[in-house]
Design a protein around this ligand. Structure first.
Ligand code: PBG
Length: 326
């Protein structure tokens, strides 16, 4: 009996490159960036080596570098001063606020580059939650939050945001935001819904970066239980029917099965969010000399594509794009 030899297709890089099923390119990547007030300001984020909070002028510079490397989109997260936070996240709708001004500066400088903005209360909320907190019960008030989110999305679209990303996990928010955008004439603003966003400990470094951790309680009454996958299908069908343009799974790495399920069950494009904790783990192990961070980065990013993601939000965007262009 002859031996079947799959190894023939692996015998050298030339044949491996022909049979390779998935390839990461800069065109697949969205770079999340953290904004801080000021000018020429760089505040490194200790738990995310290589990442920093940048003032708007430097965000524009960074975005230009990313665009020149082939990265088509940035996603912005503002670090709001504690004094500007309140219960209702009022600052999120300020047309001259940090985020909105940065979006305008980016669209002026780089009109073709896509700018994505996050829709959730936490960076602006004195409670550090994605929704409005009932002071007596501590409950996160779903329907009252929708109004705030819709105003926030419209303010972002008005500033020029191309894609709004509701990351709050309130019920009904995609439809509510779609209606508000359409009513205000923003029919071309995309919604990338954080469809399956899990209550995850992998967000730790991000919350350090924005000082946005919840003041009380956790996010388990709105973010999903990480033991569940069928629930992700329910969220996906709701987001589809409410008018989402792109579905996102977050975190990514421990949730490749969820990406795959959505890929199989939806015709919409799927995004994966390679979150802060996943980035920090690789960087920390690399710094210790315990693994090769660059190789792990490429392997990790490729695994998102293999699972079925069309695009990846990742703090590795610049490093990956630089490696690709070498
Ligand atoms: C907040 C938001 C979070 C992230 C993106 N948007 C944190 C959270 O839900 O607590 C996490 C991103 C990351 O960890 O890289 N709505």
């Amino acid at each position: 009996m002859m031996t079947i030899r799959p190894r023939r297709n692996r015998k050298n890089e030339a044949i491996r490159s022909l049979v390779r099923e998935n390839l990461i390119t800069p065109k697949d990547l969205i770079a999340p960036l953290f904004i801080v007030e000021g000018k020429n300001e760089i505040i490194p984020i200790a738990s995310m080596p290589g990442q920093a909070r940048l003032s708007s002028d430097l965000i524009v510079k960074k975005a230009k570098e990313l665009w020149d490397l082939g990265v088509p989109c940035v996603s912005l997260f503002p670090a709001i001063a504690e004094a500007k936070k309140d219960k209702y996240a009022t600052e999120s709708c300020n047309d001259n606020g940090l985020l909105q001004n940065t979006v305008k500066a980016l669209k002026d400088a780089l009109p073709e580059m896509l700018v994505m903005t996050d829709v959730a209360m936490d960076p602006y909320s004195s409670d550090g939650h994605d929704g409005l907190v009932d002071d007596k019960s501590g409950e996160i008030l779903n329907d009252q939050t929708l109004e705030i989110l819709a105003n926030m999305a419209v303010a972002q679209a008005k500033a020029g945001s191309d894609i709004v990303g509701p990351s709050d996990m309130m019920d009904g928010r995609v439809g509510y935001i779609r209606d508000a955008l359409d009513d205000e004439g923003f029919t071309n603003t995309l919604i990338m819904s954080y469809t399956a966003k899990y209550a995850s400990a992998f967000y730790g470094p991000f919350r350090n970066a924005l000082d946005s951790a919840p003041k009380a309680g956790d996010k388990k009454t709105y973010q999903m239980d990480y033991a569940n996958v069928r629930e992700a299908l329910l969220e996906a069908s709701l987001d589809e029917s409410e008018g989402a343009d792109i579905l996102m799974v977050k975190p990514g790495l421990s949730y490749l099965d969820v990406i795959k399920e959505l890929r199989i069950n939806s015709a919409l494009p799927i995004a994966a969010y390679n979150v802060s904790g996943e980035y920090a783990m690789v960087k920390a192990a690399h710094e210790k000399g315990w693994l090769d961070g660059e190789k792990v980065m490429v392997e990790m990013l490729t695994s998102f594509k293999r699972a079925g993601a069309d695009m990846i939000l990742t703090y590795f965007a610049e490093e990956m794009a630089r490696l690709y262009s070498k």
